[in-house]
Design a protein around this ligand. Structure first.
Ligand SMILES: C[S@@+](CC[C@H](N)C(=O)[O-])C[C@H]1O[C@@H](n2cnc3c(N)ncnc32)[C@H](O)[C@@H]1O
Length: 384
């Protein structure tokens, strides 16, 4: 046992850098935690999980993660309280809570320092993620049990009738409501940008873009990012393939595209997912994490709006989760529950994607998972 503990200490000091080794160890550590915890530790872990979000959000509002991350030396509770203009006793209680969940490290009595988790939570994009989860998703989760009871535990598939409408007392679909709350929409975009900009694996690892772009000229409509948010994919392509000529277009809501990244050679176009695709004959229509925002009827409508624009050498590339038959990760199932509670939507299994594409008039020619931890994959399809 002493040897095992020493090995664990060594791993804590220098965790593996190889992605596959890291994931294997992460999964094993999770199983170990469950194997060794007693029933009361289990119930406190489960009962306490909403507190982790609540007090991480409070800590973020007090600038605790940022202050610790910026400091080269451990900080006393009183000094953090003074700079946050908060009560010292309250601040110490919050700090102690954060340390007990390893969100920060305790070095001595009422003295704390940043650990790798604090450094992550100090990032502005992660603060946006905390804000989105606390202020938007959490109210939906609170409304979910009663909603499911009231609807006889039917799978939510109506964008106008989900826990979101109960939580926010609205008759609008979530994205329609969000457009009217620009600060929430802007925060959500920052969170999406942080999430995707910092993911190392991308669809370009499993799709030969250069081969599909072969023979393009500056006039060739090469790549349309359908509802592409702040334009990370056009930026990625321009970075990876700066020499490939062609038009790269970011499409999103007219209110969103002005805030997108400005990248040389990338056009921006305000458009509406619910209207026919305005750009005809693109080599690639790419759509990431959009179809999982909608139940099947709406997802089919989105694809059918792209279909008439496709020419014989057009591809539709769907970049989205494919939930594996067994062993879905917690990250993938978290996204699935988010889709259910906030959007009456779903992450899809391979079988569900096959059925969806078939009903949309599309034939699948490639499916590849490139980010197993959240099941992120591409589905490449052409009209039947
Ligand atoms: C989950 S985000 C995904 C953004 C981007 N594809 C990505 O992967 O980062 C959903 C996007 O859909 C856009 N959107 C929502 N409703 C839309 C509509 N009716 N027309 C066009 N874009 C829409 C939002 O502005 C947002 O950028």
């Amino acid at each position: 046992m002493r040897d095992i503990l020493a090995q664990i200490e060594t791993l804590i000091e220098s965790p593996p850098q190889d992605p596959a080794e890291r994931l294997a160890l992460y999964n094993a550590a999770k199983k170990l935690l469950v194997a060794v915890e007693d029933p009361f530790e289990t119930i406190h872990r489960v009962n306490g999980s909403p507190m982790i979000l609540t007090f991480s959000w409070v800590a973020s509002n007090l600038g605790i993660f940022e202050k610790l991350a910026k400091s080269n030396t451990p900080l006393r509770g009183a000094s953090i309280a003074a700079s946050a203009k908060a009560d010292p006793e309250l601040t110490s209680r919050i700090l102690r809570f954060l340390a007990s969940h390893d969100l920060i490290a305790e070095t001595a009595e009422d003295t704390f320092t940043a650990n790798p988790v604090s450094h992550s939570l100090a990032r502005p994009g992660f603060r946006s993620g905390l804000s989105h989860s606390f202020n938007v998703l959490n109210p939906c989760l609170q409304a979910t049990p009663k909603f499911l009871e009231d609807t006889g535990y039917a799978n939510p598939t109506d964008v106008l009738h989900s826990p979101f409408q109960i939580a926010f007392q609205t008759d609008k679909p979530a994205f329609g409501w969000a457009v009217e709350h620009p600060e929430i929409m802007a925060n959500f975009q920052t969170w999406m940008r942080e999430w995707h900009d910092n993911t190392k694996a991308t669809w370009l690892d499993v799709f030969d873009f250069a081969a599909h772009a072969k023979g393009s000229t500056p006039e060739t409509l090469l790549f349309v990012d359908v509802a592409g948010g702040h334009g990370q994919q056009c930026a990625l392509l321009k970075m990876v393939h700066p020499q490939i000529p062609g038009r790269f277009v970011l499409e999103d809501l007219p209110s969103v595209v002005p805030h997108a990244k400005v990248v040389n050679g990338v056009e921006k176009l305000g458009f509406d997912l619910w209207a026919e695709q305005p750009l005809k004959g693109a080599r690639i229509y790419y759509i990431r994490n959009i179809l999982h925002d909608y139940p099947d009827d709406k997802a089919i409508a989105i694809i059918k709006n792209i279909l008439p624009a496709m020419s014989p050498d057009s591809l539709l590339i769907i970049d989205d989760g494919i939930i594996p038959k067994v062993g879905a990760t917690a990250t993938a199932t978290h996204i699935d529950m988010t889709m259910m509670s906030a959007l009456a939507a779903t992450e899809r299994t391979e079988r569900q994607w096959d059925a969806l594409l078939d009903k949309s008039g599309m034939k699948i020619i490639q499916k590849s998972t490139f980010e197993p931890s959240r099941a992120q994959s591409i589905i490449v399809a052409v009209p039947k």
